[in-house]
Design a protein around this ligand. Structure first.
Ligand code: ATP
Length: 312
């Protein structure tokens, strides 16, 4: 080996180590995209089991979906989850937990994007603008980071035209205009279907069966027949993406009194306050429950618990 090539090799090696240590150092402070970032499945499982109350199906499906997707070294399409259920049952809450486990900064990450229909896409007459904007945002963000996460809240209020603008990114394409979306994650949140989920939960309750006995098949069947595949149902017109692009349907059951109590306790703990069961009972009793005679499920789920606690 003549001295020149040795010198070049050493130069290249030190440049490379220099670069690597620089990026390592830089990424310690700034947030860097880590498309290969592994998922700590047991940490996610523990978080879901400890923090998400009364949603055994959502816990099971989300854990399976995320673990499977992150273990797949060559996914054929982006992961798409559609979360359905009444207000206050944990859809946004669990999206936050998922974001925390996929990107170090969770919802604050530059690689996690939250769109709320009534906020970001409110005007019917601006659909074309929204479609172009959204396609540019998604293209730009995935170009910057392959495992970007997109959360669409209030899907049931999203104009169908905007849903159509999202569809190309969710499909089984190798690439779309030079960018591969197959490591991206799309989460859709919707109240649509909440009534059907509630009816199934109520049937189980009235039959004296445990809530945890409700299985996905009990809901998929009643929903797919009753709602999803029926193009004339309100849910379809609410712009729901046709089923074959959604990998997982995640149902959120209505929350019972005991779950509301758990939310009050969790909020007291989050505030560093002592958990006074007197307060827990009082706040939970302030909530309204349905059906009117049996009063089983909280009308607002765990919503307004935080604000009610401000008065104690
Ligand atoms: N199942 C749950 N387990 C624990 N906390 C919950 C649960 N559901 C709701 N909460 C609490 O209530 C707050 C509001 O819930 P969240 O925003 O997730 O409701 P949502 O289902 O997204 O409602 P909406 O459909 O109206 O957006 C959460 O931030 C969380 O503190």
């Amino acid at each position: 080996l003549e001295p020149v090539s040795v010198g070049l090799a050493i130069g290249a090696a030190s440049a490379l180590t220099g670069y690597l240590s620089y990026t390592d150092w830089y990424c310690r402070f700034a947030e860097c995209c880590d498309a290969e970032r592994p998922l700590d499945a047991s940490a996610l499982k523990q978080d879901l089991e400890e923090k998400l109350f009364g949603q055994h199906l959502a816990t099971e499906v989300i854990l399976k979906a995320l673990t499977g997707f992150k273990n797949n070294k060559n996914p054929k399409k982006p992961l798409t989850l559609s979360l359905h259920g009444w207000a206050g049952t944990g859809k946004n809450f669990v999206s936050q937990i998922m974001a925390d486990h996929l990107h170090p900064r969770g919802l604050k990450s530059h690689f996690v994007h939250l769109y709320v229909s009534t906020l970001h896409f409110p005007h019917e007459q601006k659909i074309k603008l929204y479609q172009d904007q959204l396609q540019k945002w998604i293209h730009g963000n995935v170009s910057k980071c392959a495992n970007s996460m997109f959360i669409f809240d209030e899907m049931d209020k999203l104009h169908p035209g905007i849903i159509d603008a999202i569809k190309p990114f969710l499909d089984y394409y190798e690439q779309v205009d030079g960018v591969s979306y197959r490591r991206a994650i799309f989460i859709f949140l919707s109240n649509a279907g909440g009534d059907i989920i509630t009816r199934t939960a109520l049937d189980f309750w009235r039959a004296g069966r445990k809530r945890e006995e409700v299985q996905l098949k009990d809901l998929e069947a009643v929903l797919s027949v009753g709602v999803f595949n029926n193009k004339h149902s309100g849910l379809w017109h609410s712009g729901l993406i046709d089923r074959n692009l959604i990998d997982y349907f995640v149902p959120f059951l209505p929350l019972e009194y005991r779950h509301v109590q758990m939310c009050v306790r969790a909020e007291l703990q989050a505030r560093g306050a002592v958990v006074d069961e007197e307060v827990v009972a009082r706040v939970a009793q302030e909530m309204t429950f349905f059906p009117k005679d049996e009063k089983i499920y909280s009308d607002k789920g765990c919503k307004t618990v935080q604000s009610r606690l401000d008065f104690y």
